[in-house]
Design a protein around this ligand. Structure first.
Ligand code: HEC
Length: 294
């Protein structure tokens, strides 16, 4: 038999994975993608263009959704309400972590930069530190136990933060505004009343003769301090829109001069602000004209 290159039958060939790749002694050079005709494509521009088109479709979809279904505005912030500030639930674990002595106060720099620096640094370096070929998690004890430890501490810290918050709420007798509003809405629903306080649902009373000089008097006399510049009221006083349906001009004058339940007399105060008696009379006439449109 002539010497020459061994035929394939004689040579013991071991194939791994893809049968076109022979098991070699060392590093196996992956075959060029041209070895898979029809199954590969150039990254630039073919693949990138496809990605880009999918991206555009998704973006337009999201835009259409946001335009057709605008995010609802929450209720106005109430500066006089007492609240326990809380982050959203997915940040509770960090919130709790930053309450611990070695992560706050004098050690806040360690807590904020030190620990997160180590954690994120390790994550960045993970491809270089964790070079084992093993893919099964139980054969990678260090990486797996670090991962399980982080997940467990996230659960633990979230739970501690939430339990603590519940205790604080109970101790201070507070009820978060969104829960209170939900309960009120349930009560209204049971009585068959409209439950939504969303704008548009409620009929809004417009200001009658908005450009009347009385509007200036209203500001100058300090009424806006409690009834707001748009007359919608606030925590310190009720809305005065449509007040003419409720009180006559004489009554309003009496309210200003003598006060009204919770409201102190305002007349002297208004005069002290440089408002004249005629202006107040005109203000009361104008307020009496504030009626809801029929
Ligand atoms: C310090 C806050 C405060 C200021 C300033 C104030 N008000 Fe009031 N006002 C109130 C409160 C609170 C009420 C509700 C009183 C109640 O029913 O217990 C009220 C009620 C009223 C009412 C009756 C509303 C209703 O629905 O029955 C009128 C009218 C009124 N105010 C007019 C005025 C005018 C005009 C001025 C400015 C000259 C003024 N208020 C300034 C706090 C204020």
């Amino acid at each position: 038999m002539a010497h020459g290159p061994k035929s394939e039958d004689e040579e013991k060939i071991i194939y791994v994975g893809d049968s076109r790749v022979r098991k070699g002694a060392g590093f196996i050079t992956p075959p060029d993608y041209t070895a898979y005709p029809g199954k590969s494509e150039a990254f630039i521009p073919n693949f990138l263009l496809k990605e880009w088109m999918v991206g555009v479709v998704v973006l337009v979809g999201i835009l259409v959704l946001t335009i057709s279904e605008p995010a609802p505005l929450g209720y106005p912030a109430n500066p006089s309400a007492s609240v326990i500030p809380m982050p959203d639930w997915y940040f509770l674990f960090l919130y709790q972590y930053l309450k611990y002595p070695y992560a706050s106060g004098d050690y806040v720099l360690l807590g904020v930069l030190g620990v997160s620096g180590v954690a994120f640094g390790a994550l960045l370096l993970a491809p270089f530190l964790d070079t084992g070929k093993e893919r099964r998690f139980y054969k990678r004890p260090i990486a797996s136990s670090l991962m399980i430890l982080s997940v467990l501490s996230v659960f633990y810290l979230t739970n501690v933060a939430w339990t603590h918050y519940k205790h604080e709420l109970e101790a201070s007798g507070q009820k978060p505004e969104h829960i209170q509003r939900e309960e009120e809405a349930h009560e209204k629903a049971e009585q068959g009343l409209p439950t939504s306080n969303a704008p548009g649902q409620q009929q809004e009373v417009a200001i009658v003769e908005k450009d009347d000089p009385a509007m200036e008097t209203f500001k100058k006399a300090g009424c806006i301090g409690c009834h707001a510049a748009d007359m919608k009221g606030g925590p310190a006083g009720p809305s005065l829109r449509g007040v003419g349906d409720k009180h006559s001009q004489e009554e309003i004058l009496t309210i200003i001069k003598e006060g009204y339940n919770q409201m102190q007399p305002q007349y002297n105060n208004a005069i002290a602000q440089g408002v004249t008696d005629e202006e107040i009379t005109h203000l009361t006439e104008w307020l009496a004209k504030q009626k809801a449109e029929q």
